[in-house]
Design a protein around this ligand. Structure first.
Ligand SMILES: [Mn+2]
Length: 397
């Protein structure tokens, strides 16, 4: 590693809280048009290598680690070896999730399936997966409903799907409470793929849904860059709203070109400006959560390419973090931001900038003589502010 990667200020360390799913670096490169191009890397190898590269933790689906058909003895051996590797390397498992999309049993949905037996099996599988997550020390349990959708609305009322999904999440919250698990749930939205359309397709839909649950305090969000961009939305706005609501429990970082299938590209390999504003948002908020990468190495890569992908994902985050510091240290940007601050502080007549209804204030606002012509003709200097930001990203400032 020392010889291949630069040993500079952008070297990832555990304190940066970078995590990877076993399914990311371990992704063998299978796609709908072609088979695996890389051999399977064992979970132990992944733990050792991620620790060497400077990651903080590793995340997993239940079946990334323990095959669905494993016997009790096999499960015990797998867990003993895995926790041994975690102990040796100091790597943590901050998040775990369950795979409710791969097995053909889930082809018509898991929690939202029209078949009650499938819904019950999905609960069984998830409860076992939560047990495993808690055993490995995970405090966040992600729910991504990969098959919770339809190809035809003739088959299912969306209201029924939402009701079933709510019942399932309520049930799992009660299960966690009943077992005194400290785990919290993070819901991940995606508009489509693998289903034609998925229910609760954006972070905003998920956020509204959370407040209809029995225990909304136990449930938050896991927004993913690519998933929100597939909807054509600004990812930072989704994350900002989640942060503002105190619901950003986890985040999935990756890269995506607009208008494509879910590409799961290396973080900041696309849309560097969007990635910059995302890093700025998280760092400004001093968000204490995990910087989790849910993405895949290019299919062109061998195993070394997969490690490059992991290292560069973390490195790009740290480079953008430094660009954020540069943004705030830039004198011209400071002046422009202070100009905006002054606008926000401007009082309306004798009225301050704070807002709380009173009869007196309502009358004062209603009768205030606004200098509309000045407001109509003023400029905001955003072209200059954006150019300064762009030049920082282009590396000439
Ligand atoms: Mn994801």
């Amino acid at each position: 590693m020392r010889t291949r990667y630069p040993h500079d200020a952008y070297c990832p360390k555990p304190e940066h809280h970078f995590t990877f799913g076993l399914w990311t670096v371990g992704n063998p490169g299978r796609d709908p048009f072609g088979d695996a191009v890389r051999p399977t890397i064992s979970a132990i190898q992944i733990v050792n290598k991620l620790a060497e590269l400077g990651a903080y933790g590793v995340c997993l689906h239940d079946n990334d680690l323990v095959p669905m058909d494993a016997t009790a003895a096999q499960t015990e051996r797998i867990l003993r070896e895995f926790t041994g590797a975690l102990r040796e390397t100091g790597l943590k498992v901050p998040m775990a999730t369950t795979n409710l999309f791969y097995d053909p049993v889930f082809k018509e949905g898991a929690f939202t399936s029209n078949d009650a037996r499938v819904r019950a099996f999905a609960l069984q599988k998830t409860m076992k997966s939560i047990d495993l997550a808690v055993e490995l020390g995970a405090e966040t349990f992600v729910l991504w409903g990969g098959r919770e959708g339809v190809e035809t609305n003739a088959a299912k009322k969306p209201q029924d799907a939402i009701k079933r999904f709510r019942e399932a999440v309520n049930f799992l919250c009660e299960y966690a409470r009943d077992n005194h698990y400290a785990v919290k749930f993070a819901l991940e939205a995606k508009p489509n793929e693998p289903r034609g359309d998925l229910f609760l397709p954006t972070t905003g839909h998920m956020l509204a849904f959370i407040y209809t649950l029995d225990h909304p305090e136990m449930v938050g969000l896991n927004p993913e860059v690519a998933h929100e961009q597939m909807s054509g939305l600004d990812f930072s706005h989704a994350v900002g709203q989640a942060l503002e609501a105190g619901k950003l429990f986890h985040i999935d970082l990756n890269g995506q070109k607009p208008g494509r299938y879910d590409q799961d590209l290396r973080f900041a390999s696309e849309d560097q400006k969007g990635a910059f504003f995302l890093v700025k948002l998280l760092e400004d908020a001093k968000w204490s959560g995990m910087r989790h990468f849910d993405s895949h190495p290019y299919r062109t890569e061998d195993e070394q390419g997969a490690w490059d992908f992991a290292f560069y994902s973390m490195r790009s985050y740290l480079i953008l973090k430094e660009k954020v510091a540069q943004f705030y240290a830039d004198a011209e940007i400071q002046d422009l931001l202070e100009e905006q601050m002054r606008l926000a502080e401007t009082s309306v007549g004798k009225l301050g900038c704070t807002f709380q209804y009173s009869n007196r204030l309502a009358t004062a606002i209603k009768t205030h003589p606004f200098a509309l012509e000045r407001l109509r003709t003023q400029g905001f200097n955003y072209e200059r502010l954006d150019q300064c930001t762009t030049e920082i990203l282009m590396g000439i400032r």
